[in-house]
Design a protein around this ligand. Structure first.
Ligand code: R5P
Length: 288
C-alpha cells in the first residue's frame, strides 16, 4: 500500500497518513514557465495499491488536473490499483442540465478520472449522491456526518430543530435529525435567480424559541446559509448553528459568516481554510 498527496490539502493527507501509520510517498511536483504541471513519483510503485489524496478545491482546475496527472503517472508506473481519494469533488453542482446547451461537468470530471486510469474512487459528501453512478468503477461514498454529529451531540443543545437550507438538502437534514434524538425538521424554500445568488423565501416548520442547526453539504459564498440564518432569526429562532462538510468559502463568505448571525459555523477540513477565512465562531473538525 502506498499513499501520496496532491498539493491541495497536504495537512489533511498528513493526518490521514498518521492515522493509518504510514508516511506519504515522495513525489516531485513542479510547474513549468507556461503554467503546465509536472508530477513524478519518486519511488517504485510497481504492483502496489496506491491511494492519491487530492480534494478538487480552489483553484479547482489546477487541482483536478494535478489529480489526473498523478493518476496517469501511477498507472504508467504499473501500480496494481489506483484509488483517487477526493475529499471534495469539484464541479459536483453541475450534475445535470438545468438549461439547454449546458455541460454536465460532474460527469465530464468522472470520465476524466476514469480515463486517466483510476480503478476506484473514494469521495466525501458528494453534492448529489447519484454522481457515484457517473463512474463505472468501484466508488466509496463516505460522509462527514459522524464527525459533525459527534460534535453537535457533545454540545447537548436544547430545543433542537434541524434545518435544511433548501429542498435538495432535505434527505441530508433528515438523517442528521434522526441521529440527534429524532429532532424536528424545518425546510427553507430557497430560490436561485443567478449562479451564486440565493434568495430564501419561507420556512416550513416551527423554529420559534428553538436552537436551529442548518445543515448543508458545502458553504461556498455563504449566501444560502446566511440568508437562511437571517430568516430563522426573523422567525424567532433563539440560536442558529451552521454545519457543513465542505468549507469552500469563496468571497464574501467570511463577511457573511462572521456577521453575528451564527453561534458557531461548524465545518470539516476536506478543504484547507486560509487564515484570512477564519473567524471566532468557526469550528473546524478533522475527517482524517
Ligand atoms: C446548493 O445546492 C448547495 O447544497 C449549497 O447550498 C450551495 O452550493 C452553497 O452555496 P453558497 O454558500 O454560495 O450559497
Amino acid at each position: 500500500l502506498r499513499l501520496f498527496s496532491g498539493s491541495a490539502n497536504i495537512q489533511l493527507s498528513q493526518e490521514v497518513a498518521r492515522y493509518v501509520g504510514m508516511d506519504l510517498g515522495p513525489m516531485i511536483r513542479k510547474r513549468f514557465a507556461d503554467g503546465e504541471l509536472y508530477v513524478q513519483i519518486q519511488e517504485s510503485i510497481r504492483g502496489c495499491d496506491v491511494y492519491l489524496i487530492q480534494p478538487c478545491c480552489q483553484p479547482v482546475n489546477d487541482h483536478l488536473m494535478e489529480l489526473l496527472i498523478m493518476v496517469d503517472a501511477c498507472r504508467r508506473a504499473s501500480a496494481r490499483q489506483v484509488t483517487a481519494v477526493i475529499p471534495y469533488y469539484g464541479y459536483a453542482r453541475a450534475d445535470r442540465k438545468t438549461a439547454g446547451r449546458e455541460s454536465i461537468t460532474a460527469k465530464l470530471v468522472a470520465n476524466l478520472i476514469t480515463e486517466a486510469g483510476a480503478n476506484r474512487v473514494l469521495a466525501m459528501d458528494l453534492h448529489s449522491a447519484q454522481i457515484q453512478g457517473y463512474f463505472d468503477i468501484p466508488f466509496d461514498h463516505v460522509y462527514g456526518s459522524p464527525v459533525l454529529l459527534d460534535y453537535l451531540a457533545s454540545k447537548e443543545l436544547p430545543d433542537l430543530v434541524v434545518v435544511s437550507p433548501d429542498v435538495g438538502g432535505v434527505a441530508r437534514a433528515r438523517a442528521f435529525a434522526k441521529k440527534l434524538n429524532d429532532a424536528p425538521l424545518a425546510i427553507i424554500d430557497k430560490r436561485r435567480h443567478a449562479h451564486n445568488v440565493a434568495e430564501v423565501l419561507n420556512i416550513i416548520g416551527d423554529v420559534k424559541g428553538k436552537t436551529a442547526v442548518l445543515v448543508d453539504d458545502m458553504i461556498d459564498t455563504g449566501g444560502t446559509i446566511a440568508e437562511g440564518a437571517r430568516l430563522l432569526r426573523e422567525e424567532g429562532a433563539r440560536q442558529v448553528y451552521a454545519c457543513a462538510t465542505h468549507a469552500v468559502f469563496s468571497p464574501p463568505a467570511m463577511e457573511r459568516l462572521s456577521s453575528g448571525l451564527f453561534e458557531e459555523v461548524i465545518v470539516t477540513n476536506t478543504i484547507p481554510i486560509q487564515e484570512n477565512n477564519r473567524f471566532p465562531q468557526l469550528v473546524v473538525l478533522s475527517v482524517a
